[in-house]
Design a protein around this ligand. Sequence first.
Ligand code: SAM
Length: 226
Amino acid sequence: MAANDPASAARLEEAARRMGLSLQAGQKEALLGYIALLQRWNRTYNLTAVRDASQMLVQHIFDSLSVVGPLQSELHKRGSGDAARVADIGSGAGLPGMVLAALNPGWQVYCVDAVEKKMAFVRQAAGSLGLSNLHAMHARVETLTPLDADVVVSRAFASLADFAILAGGHAAANGSLLAMKGREPLDEIQALEDTEWKVARIEPVTVPELNAQRCLVWMNRRQGNL
Ligand SMILES: C[S@@+](CC[C@H](N)C(=O)[O-])C[C@H]1O[C@@H](n2cnc3c(N)ncnc32)[C@H](O)[C@@H]1O
């Protein structure tokens, strides 16, 4: 499958529709263009384990799209919907940050990863795809100046407690953490007791064409007001 063939575009449009999202032509182009770039870079730099374009579409793009609606609703409730700051920690090749930036041009999205070649890819992708709101930051998250984000998100980064300890300082005073997980990580919740963060809610999500459980774990500071 080529990343930019009409069949992929149709699958993308249908998956987005099922998640309550309507994609503009430029957004579809950016998402499919991202897969093409990732395939090209993967040949040399081995950025992700998923190498097939069809699987990338589902496991990377559809999965990342599943967080867009819930994030938009949450940020809208707080009044920061159109001009939010979102940090994606342990972003790897830019997931979900790249997808968030493509669908929300008003947001500033900061992808952070400790591996330089991954951030070089995100920087290059942001330039090629015209995503001026997507920022690549090569750093260990715990050493970075606070990003003051409305929401700090992560996918496949760390346990809830490690995420909270390493990245919690990048959330603004009223900010939240959002971990994208598989099944509900009940075994990870207890360890959060030793941190300043608590689970606010767990939201199940359905990812089209993905035969696996997914959920979103929202966390706020113990004295917070999510
Ligand atoms: C399993 S990958 C997930 C990548 C991406 N979020 C995804 O879903 O495809 C975890 C990433 O976290 C990064 N990472 C691990 N510890 C880190 C730290 N302390 N600071 C920044 N990045 C870190 C790794 O370099 C790796 O790219």
